[in-house]
Design a protein around this ligand. Structure first.
Ligand code: CUA
Length: 179
């Protein structure tokens, strides 16, 4: 019998499982269970898997909050698109919009201060990948993702969209400052 040719006996699923094959299935199953419970361990002890809260929202409702923050705390504008750089007070709710094909506005945060970061998309699925820290969140339209962030490193960070979102996907890069 060969693994390449079709089985001679068409009722192959009625054959008893070979000892070796059964052992591998059992091993794979045990390993699946280990990895499954490691997800919980990584979350609790490994500081991985963000505890993101998610709420339903609409583009209009979200943009109203984002616009209010921008109107109040804009300190300058940057890039050809004149994207506002916003320095909201420590401890406040901060808003970031992902859309074809930029992130708006640019946030300027203070090191070691905690913020509630709200994310949404105005159109399609986008990704929030903070580089070089490697923080990853999927941004889904119609939903508001809220995470509590405390930047522990100052500098200029890039926000890269890591969900393919069309012809301008590769240009969808935002900025975030921590001072
Ligand atoms: Cu937005 Cu890719």
């Amino acid at each position: 019998m060969s693994a390449i040719l079709p089985p001679a006996d068409r009722l192959w699923w009625k054959h008893p499982i070979d000892r070796v094959e059964g052992t591998w299935i059992a091993l794979a199953f045990v390993w699946c269970m280990v990895m499954f419970f490691m997800m919980v361990l990584w979350h609790v002890y490994g500081d991985q898997n963000l505890s993101t809260e998610t709420y339903k929202t609409t583009p209009d409702a979200f943009i109203a909050n984002a616009q209010a923050m921008v109107d109040q705390y804009t300190v300058r504008t940057e890039t050809d698109l004149e994207i506002p750089v916003v320095a909201p007070p420590a401890g406040s709710d901060i808003y970031l919009i992902a859309r074809l094909w930029n992130f708006w506005p640019i946030l300027e945060l203070e090191k070691d201060k905690t913020y509630r970061l709200h994310l949404t998309s105005m159109d399609y699925n986008h990704g929030f990948s903070l580089q070089p820290t490697n923080l990853n969140i999927q941004i889904v339209p119609g939903y508001e993702h809220v995470l509590t962030v405390t930047p522990n490193q100052s500098g200029e960070f890039s926000i890269v969209c890591n969900e393919y979102c069309g012809i301008g996907h590769h240009m969808m890069v935002g900025r975030l400052y921590v001072r």
